[in-house]
Design a protein around this ligand. Structure first.
Ligand code: ADP
Length: 177
């Protein structure tokens, strides 16, 4: 974010985050309950660089963030190196995997590739503050929550796109420094 433009105080994280209200839902993984095949399916159907991991679809409570490339490598490794792993094998991002029925296929543990402290802001955080943090911490993306529930994601590119749009439409709302 080398641009000289700054956000005015009016733009909030909720104005920049994805998904937009008309978009498909945020694509997340749950910390337990999903299979290798399901996760591979989501990876194949989307091209996002990363995915939030939540406690459950109902709670949308954030557990961490996993990069697409780490997921691809780890699932590939598990299939190649871990005896008996199949599409139906369950994937756990949990620290302690609950006891599994002996009859089932072995589980795949992916806690190790989870970023447990992804940067988050609330939907009402002014973008001026979010952009400052993006710059200072060199972030690629940041998650957006409301009352502890995950709402969306903002990538560096989302910010740049939004800045470009604002400068076309409403130059007065951008402060030049
Ligand atoms: P970039 O913005 O650099 O292209 P991505 O490919 O990860 O990065 O994201 C593409 C778009 O999809 C962005 O607008 C981003 O906000 C959004 N996005 C990123 N991850 C997800 C996700 N897991 N679910 C839904 N939308 C996402």
């Amino acid at each position: 974010l080398e641009t000289k433009e700054e956000y005015g105080h009016k733009t909030l994280a909720q104005d920049v985050m994805r998904p937009r209200p008309s978009d498909p839902l945020l694509v997340v993984f749950t910390q337990e309950g999903m299979s290798v095949g399901e996760i591979e399916g989501v990876i194949a159907d989307t091209d996002y660089s990363g995915f939030p991991v939540v406690v459950s679809q109902e709670s949308q409570r954030l557990v961490g963030f996993v990069l697409r490339r780490d997921l691809v490598i780890s699932l590939d490794n598990a299939r190649k190196r871990q005896e008996g792993v199949v599409s139906a094998s369950l994937v756990f991002f949990l620290e302690h995997v609950p006891p599994q029925p002996l009859s089932g296929p072995p589980v795949v543990k992916l806690r190790g590739i989870l970023d447990l402290s992804p940067f988050t802001v609330t939907d009402h955080t002014p973008m001026a503050i979010a952009v400052d943090i993006f710059r200072k911490l060199g972030l690629r993306q940041c998650l957006v929550t409301h009352n502890g529930r995950l709402l969306g994601i903002i990538t560096k590119k989302d910010i740049l796109k939004h800045m470009a749009q604002m400068s076309n439409r409403d130059p007065d709302s951008i402060l030049f420094n």
